[in-house]
Design a protein around this ligand. Structure first.
Ligand code: ATP
Length: 234
């Protein structure tokens, strides 16, 4: 049984349909890249999975149980975390951001887990009382990752972790994810940056609100449509 399974999912804003007949799954511990151009519908899909947008049709199953009618908080309690494009609250300190990520845990547990995360992100460890707004773009993404992982989610949904970052920082974010993801957390990463394929087991290409293609990392990297759109090759 897949950890997350989408079947014929449709969603949108108001009267405007953005997603049609979305179907794919994410297995436990797996990293799936949700690839697509601007406005393809990636953010809309992540918001629908976490429950910030209603699922108009179809089913969203988590560990086998339908959850499309649950509130976002109930989905989070089941083990899903969402890292938005902004990722952090700039007006809160680094420590406060991490505490919020562990909102459903007791204080001792948050401290134990944050110690491990701070070992991975020493830049953050030394500045725990400072505002997130004082961090560089790359450091904010690291904080976003730490904030999302402190709850030790079964599934982490990430919206464009590369946004606003220079290529060198994108590489750092990919390396940080590689070392921070332990204990079987699955990732569903919405991205336009194909560098993230390096992290992925599989990919799903979304175009105009439809799944155009699903496949292994190698199949996506070899696909002519993906090459043309994302690698600038024909
Ligand atoms: P991007 O990389 O630009 O974020 P995306 O693949 O994440 O692209 P979405 O943000 O899901 O795309 O947008 C899909 C479509 O939904 C776009 O046409 C967009 O204009 C529209 N849309 C997004 N947010 C809203 C909103 N709050 N109200 C109405 N339409 C919206």
């Amino acid at each position: 049984m897949a950890l997350l399974e989408l079947a014929a999912v449709a969603s949108g804003y108001g009267q405007m349909q953005i997603l049609w007949d979305i179907a794919f799954g994410v297995e436990r511990g797996e990293t799936v890249l949700l690839l697509g151009a601007n406005s393809a519908g990636k953010t809309t899909l992540l918001r629908t999975i976490i429950g910030l947008l209603p699922c108009w049709q179809g089913e969203i199953r988590f560990e086998g149980a339908p959850m499309q009618t649950l509130r976002p908080a109930a989905r989070i309690r089941r083990g899903i975390a969402f890292m938005s494009e902004l990722g952090v609250f700039p007006d809160l300190s680094i420590a406060e951001n991490i505490r919020l990520g562990g909102y459903f845990l007791n204080g001792g547990e948050v401290r134990r887990r944050s110690r491990r995360l701070f070992e991975l992100f020493p830049d953050l460890a030394n500045r725990q009382g400072e505002l997130a707004a004082s961090l560089s773009g790359g450091q904010r993404k690291m904080l976003g990752i730490a904030k999302a992982l402190v709850s030790e989610p079964k599934l982490l949904l990430m919206d464009e972790p590369s946004s606003g970052l220079a290529p060198v920082f994108v590489k750092q974010v990919i390396e940080a994810l590689r070392s921070a993801i332990t204990g079987g957390t699955a990732l569903l990463i919405a991205e336009q940056n194909v560098a993230f394929l390096a992290l992925a087991d599989r990919g799903v290409l979304i175009e105009g609100g439809h799944v155009r293609l699903t496949g292994t990392r190698a199949q996506l990297a070899e696909n002519d449509a993906v090459k043309a759109a994302y690698f600038g090759l024909d």
